[in-house]
Design a protein around this ligand. Sequence first.
Ligand code: GLN
Length: 619
Amino acid sequence: MKQSPPPVTASTVNWISAQPPLLRFLHACYADFLPEDGGTVADYIPELGKADPAHFGISLATLDGHVYEVGDTKVPFTIQSMSKPFVFALALDTLGAERVESVIGVEPSGDPFNSIRLNAENHPFNPMVNAGAIACSGLIHTAKGDGAFEFIRQALSRFAGRELGVDEAVYASESATGDRNRAIGYLLRTNGVIAENVPDVLDVYFRQCAILVTARDIAVMAATLANRGINPLTEQQVMTPYAISRALSVMTSSGMYDYAGEWIYRVGVPAKSGVGGGILAALPARLGLGSYSPKLDKHGNSVRGIKVCEALSAHYDLHMLNRSDDARHSIIADYNIGKNPSRRVRRPQEQEILAKHFQEVRVIELVGTLSLSNVDYVSRRLGGGPRPEFVIFDLRRVTATTRAGARLVAEAFQELAALGVTVILSGIKRTSREWTTISEWTSRLGNIRDFYLLDTAIEWAEDQIVYRYGGSIDFVETTELSEQPLLAGLDEAALGDFAALCTVRTYQPHETIIAAGDAATSVFFLRSGVVHVTLPDGVRLATLTAGMAFGEMALLEPKRSANVVADMSATAFEITIADFERFRAQHPPACERIMRNLAQLLADRLIVANAKVDLLTSG
Ligand code: GLN
């Protein structure tokens, strides 16, 4: 008896790398900066003074939803000023940008966060200093009344992807000592920035600052900011892209208090810190970082947290203004149907038309992000060649579409339509985000055809060319065995004996004729109708019309490797392998001829397959 192999467990497998390099880097940061003991724990809110200065946690969340964690990433601490960008975004979405922007500025103040100073219009300088943040809490109180704090807590919880609680002791401690913030509250009220009862607003603000988070939470919250408001773990759109981008804007200009200018110059990543010891950094379209270490420098920023951010930015060159992109990588293949026709096996008349008009169907396979520069490049590349009647854009490998990209796509389609070029899309799931973005623009252009499979799209365009140039695609035509390429060269006697061994079968539309995995016990010759051949995973190998054989691999292999399904009513001649062996005994030379024909058909298919591989690998 054959012995079964031992089960595969972690210890029997040699993984490529036990640790992803990014995690290794975070571990190195932790080790390097742990000895750093400069700074002091904030104690102007007495309860904050109880934090353990040894705590140090670093977490990094990627936009595909992975969270790296090193050190004390599960230790809860209060969010403090890191709540400000989120509550600002919430105010924008709740009260409308116009209302919020009319009472809170967006200029850096150059002052410490708790400065009791307003700008020339007697408005807070920006939402990242206490005055602006208290104004935001006040605006939310206007909209939500007594439910304001719960509304904020729930919103922040959506950013974190879990229910966040409150540190009651820190809340009570700040409430008991926060007279400076009270002074700011009354200043705001006397200037008409808030109309609310000041103690109520301050209560919301103190509670919001006492929301408990971990380094892991803030990494995820930062990643949500970096991801246009979609939490990468829950995939929920938690706020509008407008509110998110504006929150990131004020983080960029004012997130690190009176150190903001220096920060964005040196580190180049939008960030926000809190006196609880947290730093949150969000690099748009890349990652979110959360760090926790309670000792603060003279600006109120976590000493170790700053070091981590500086090291990460420097090591991987992450400064957000130090970027470039090459649009030319967005086209993975560009061809016409002369080089790569559909998998429909065509009859001679159709073949002739398609051979003459192969330049009329152009296929461009795209990859990656449809951005402003990528779509612009594609549209210029398209303009460079002879104008085809059909252009197929295959979007199967497109992973994202920016709004600029989608808009440019729509404008390019409009141009093409005006020139009489039919645009066809393939490879998009109608439920995908990409489709939503693109169809938002293209729906105005009326009917853009889209097919899920590229091959179906090519086949459809080919059919149109055949029709346009006088051909017809007649599905019900009946073909006799003598016209089968597989039986070409057989004399009449052999053909007659062969036919006598065949049975005529009839199939209903969608009926499965052959199922992958079954025993291969017969060969079919399609007499009328259309069938298609698909792999078990749904990939279509071919569409066959009358006059073509299928299941012919039974002559070589004992098992069916593909499914064959009738597209419409179809009839076929079937010969069993047992009868074929009988025929072989009767007519050895005819049988050898059939095997030669089969080799020829397989060689032809291989040539097409190689051409396709070549197209994709040479770009
Ligand atoms: N609750 C704190 C305060 O208002 C928040 C300040 C901060 O984190 N910078 O003083």
